[in-house]
Design a protein around this ligand. Structure first.
Ligand code: HEM
Length: 514
């Protein structure tokens, strides 16, 4: 009798607990659907209820990182504004982009969740508050201005010289070059030299450090997991994380390398200050930043976070744009012929080096570079921001603090702006100047406003110098490259990645040109 009373009590208690959980969950769902500040915004009900909707597309679908494509489908169903998550909205309207990614006197804060897994909480890109972002960015801005990049030109030219020597060796050995690896090798050598005063010299290896780059890219594969389980990951000791997966190990080693480099830069900087006879041989932006920032901002881990973002954002992006350009130019003989005609006139002798400013003035090369930045759709990441002021989009009023975004990659492929948007067509940028002006008004591969790309000028210099010299100097042929498999962005891993099966943009070097 006592026993059955006890079990009755236990069952009753579990029942009450279950009922309480059920009431909580139902009330929560009702709140999110009918009383939440974003409840009037169109979109799937499941996305309004839980962010597991996003997680399904970004983590559990194969391949991962698919929510940006799913959102695009949702726009077709629900219109230009959608609630993509319980607390987030996306607007797709070319006329509204400048209000989202605003500059000038407006303030734009980063929505914390959107950068939670990028592994660099101390970087400017992760700074939530507008003012902290401004402080961090102002210490680096002068190094990425157009004038600064023009001063840097000889360093870029010398790296491109090395790249061309390496390509010549591939030609002599009759080996296939993976241009996507070659370009990352180059861009990493440039950004590490510029940031730390000492390049990683990846191009020094005959194979352009193929294995290192392949492995390093594994770090990107961890993004979706880091984004979802960021808080839990912080609690796990690095040794266990490294053991959990090779990609995670690579990512942690990469972080450690940045930390060590920043630690040594700080030591060297302190020595220089203490002993005025010790001069640093090479100026680098981290040393310079040490003198520009308050004490709390030059803590080694914070600098290492900044370095990690600069190196990842400053290498794989430009590299993918270049590999995409090479693919499309070699795939389309008429584009190659037009480009060659222009380049052969501007660079009459293939071994000649011409100033970046000369190349920048070439219309067909410029059109080709724009097209490659456009179709490569390099940053599919949802760059979520919040504003201090209310935003009005059509009949929808967005309160201050609402997380909103527009997808930059989809903006570059918008059929209302570009006819046949996935077609690589430099001609669309040429001829009718009114049409070109309209296209330029909407052209935002580097995003815009306060949070737009800091490395835009550097990226352009690399794009012009590399593509001009390679196409002017070498005859090449694509080697088993399939656009859908090897070239196009199909996954979101902060930066856009091609398919997991991608074999790279492989090219046969045929001969040197005169
Ligand atoms: C073709 C090349 C590149 C493209 C298309 C590109 C594109 C972008 C875009 C769209 C953003 C905004 C991301 C967001 O709002 O979440 C961004 C941010 C950023 N980019 Fe680039 N980028 C390129 C090259 C570079 C280079 C060479 C660097 C080297 C310094 C760089 C460093 C950064 C950094 C540090 C940020 C964060 C800026 C901030 O938070 O203020 N990028 N980039």
């Amino acid at each position: 009798m006592t026993q059955s009373l006890e079990s009755f009590k236990t069952i009753n208690l579990s029942g009450i607990c279950l009922l309480a959980v059920a009431i909580y969950v139902v009330s929560f769902i009702i709140y999110r659907l009918y009383f939440h500040p974003l409840c009037g915004i169109p979109g799937p009900r499941l996305a309004a209820i839980t962010s597991w909707y996003e997680t399904y597309y970004d983590l559990f679908k194969t391949p991962s990182g698919q929510y940006w494509n799913k959102i695009d489908e949702l726009h077709k169903e629900y219109g230009p504004i959608i609630r993509i998550n319980p607390d987030e909205i996306q607007i797709h309207d070319p006329e509204f982009y400048n209000q989202i990614y605003a500059g000038g006197s407006t303030k734009r804060h980063r929505y914390a969740r959107s950068v939670s897994g990028n592994g660099s909480p101390g970087s400017m890109a992760s700074a939530v508050s507008h003012d902290l972002h401004r402080l961090r960015r102002s210490s680096l801005n002068p190094f990425f201005s157009r004038a600064a990049v023009l001063r840097l030109e000889e360093r870029i030219q010398s790296r491109v010289r090395i790249l061309c020597e390496r390509l010549s060796s591939f030609l002599q050995r009759g080996e296939i070059v993976d241009m996507s690896v070659a370009m990352t090798s180059l861009t990493l050598d440039i950004i590490t030299e510029y940031s730390f005063g000492e390049s990683w010299n990846l191009m020094d290896n005959d194979d352009l450090s193929y294995n290192f780059i392949k492995v390093m890219r594994g770090g990107f594969e961890t993004l979706q997991v880091r984004k979802l389980f960021n808080s839990a990951i912080q609690l796990v000791p690095p040794s266990i994380l490294a053991w959990s997966s090779l990609n995670m190990k690579v990512f942690l080693e990469f972080k450690y390398r940045c930390f060590e480099t920043c630690r040594l830069i700080k030591i060297a900087h302190n020595d220089t200050k203490a002993n005025s006879t010790t001069r640093q041989t090479q100026i680098n932006l981290f040393t310079e930043a040490l003198d520009r920032l308050p004490e709390e901002e030059i803590e080694t881990q914070r600098l290492a976070d900044e370095a990690l973002v600069l190196i990842t954002a400053g290498s794989e992006t430009t590299s993918r744009a270049l590999a995409t350009l090479i693919y499309h130019v070699l795939r389309n003989p008429h584009i190659l012929a037009n480009l060659r005609q222009e380049l052969d006139t501007a660079i009459p002798n293939a071994n000649m080096e011409v100033p970046y400013l000369t190349l920048e003035a070439l219309p067909y090369l410029t059109a080709t570079i724009r097209e490659s930045l456009r179709v490569s759709a390099l940053v599919p990441n949802r760059s979520l921001l919040t504003a201090d002021e209310p935003l009005q989009y059509k009949q929808w009023s967005l309160k201050p603090g609402t997380a909103f975004c527009m997808n930059t990659s989809k903006y570059l492929l918008d059929a209302s702006i570009y006819s046949n948007p996935t077609m690589f067509d430099p001609e669309r940028w040429l001829g009718d100047t009114r049409r070109t002006q309209k296209l330029l008004h909407h052209f935002a591969p580097f995003s815009k406003g306060h949070r737009g790309c800091i490395g835009m000028n550097l990226a352009y210099a690399e794009l012009y110098l590399v593509s001009a010299y390679i196409i002017r100097r070498f005859d090449m042929r694509l080697y088993d490259v399939i656009r859908e498999r090897d070239v196009d962005t199909v996954r979101d891993a902060f930066i856009g990645l091609p398919s997991i099966e991608s074999k790279g943009v492989r090219v046969e070097m045929i001969r040197k040109r005169n």
